[in-house]
Write a protein of this length. Structure first.
Length: 203
């Protein structure tokens, strides 16, 4: 004996299954499709058109709300992402340019500080050998200039390696490497502040 299955249950089953699987919107889609199919095949005249139109509305409504809730925010997010990407790329370009400019300043400072330190190192023994000028060689201004020049040479020499690595990490957009060199940059900054403070106190 075949189990009896009510027609209403057979019609409602795919709707209930669709609701359980995809929620209210999917259930409306299935119901709308069934109504359109029923109106086109079973009903006739004005009543058939009404059922088809009702089914079409039930199909199009979830599609519209899906667009409003899912697609349109996604489109806006993509547009915002494009703007953010342009901003990030611009920031990266500026940071790369700043490191290149800093490297040039570092090379310039290193070059002149090294020349000053070498000149003082060469001249001081000669000045000391001249009797009436020997005190000039050890004058505080000369000593502080010599110390400052040597400090600049040391700091700029250390900065060169760090800045080269930071420059490469910026070009590669590698946050891991950038974080790794952050502590070195902070240490370098502190050392530079000390050198500048020593230069100000020597005036």
């Amino acid at each position: 004996m075949v189990d009896e299955r009510r027609l209403s249950d057979a019609v409602a089953q795919p709707i209930i299954a669709a609701y359980r699987a995809g929620g209210f919107a999917l259930a409306l889609l299935v119901l709308g499709a069934l109504l359109m199919l029923s109106g086109a095949t079973l009903a006739s005249g004005v009543f058939g058109y009404v059922i088809v139109i009702l089914g079409f509305v039930l199909v199009i409504a979830p599609c519209y709300f899906f667009y409003v809730r899912e697609i349109r925010p996604l489109t806006r997010a993509q547009a915002a992402g494009e703007q953010s990407r342009e901003m990030l790329d611009t920031i990266q370009d500026v940071a790369v340019m700043m490191t290149e400019l800093t490297l040039q300043y570092q090379a310039l400072a290193f070059k002149h500080a090294d020349k000053v330190a070498s000149a003082i190192e060469t001249v001081r023994p000669i000045v000391r050998s001249i009797g009436f000028l020997n005190k000039v060689a050890d004058h505080p201004a000369v000593v502080s200039t010599d110390n400052l020049a040597r400090s600049i040479v040391r700091v700029t020499g250390n900065a060169r390696d760090v800045l080269d690595d930071v420059h490469a990490a910026l070009i590669a957009s590698d946050p891991t490497e950038l974080r790794k060199y952050l502590a070195k940059l902070q240490s370098l900054k502190a050392r530079t502040v000390e050198v500048l403070a020593a230069a100000d106190s020597a005036r």
